[in-house]
Write a protein that binds this ligand. Structure first.
Ligand SMILES: [Zn+2]
Length: 60
């Protein structure tokens, strides 16, 4: 089967049906996409005004 990686847009041909990273081309793209999704989800679900009187610890 053929897949198109949603992360890097690379097209893969002859991908086995049990390819573990579908629909991504690799574990790296899979994790990158998951990280993006979690980041967006975090921002969307964070309560409004959360930052108003919140000071994050300066660890970086
Ligand atoms: Zn990819």
């Amino acid at each position: 089967m053929k897949i198109r990686c949603p992360s890097c847009r690379r097209e893969l041909k002859n991908v086995p049906a049990d390819f573990p990273h579908r629909p991504f081309c690799s574990n790296r793209c899979k994790m990158a996409d998951l990280a993006n999704w979690l980041d967006e989800n975090y921002r969307i679900t964070r309560p409004i005004g959360f930052d108003d009187d919140f000071e994050p610890p300066l660890t970086h």
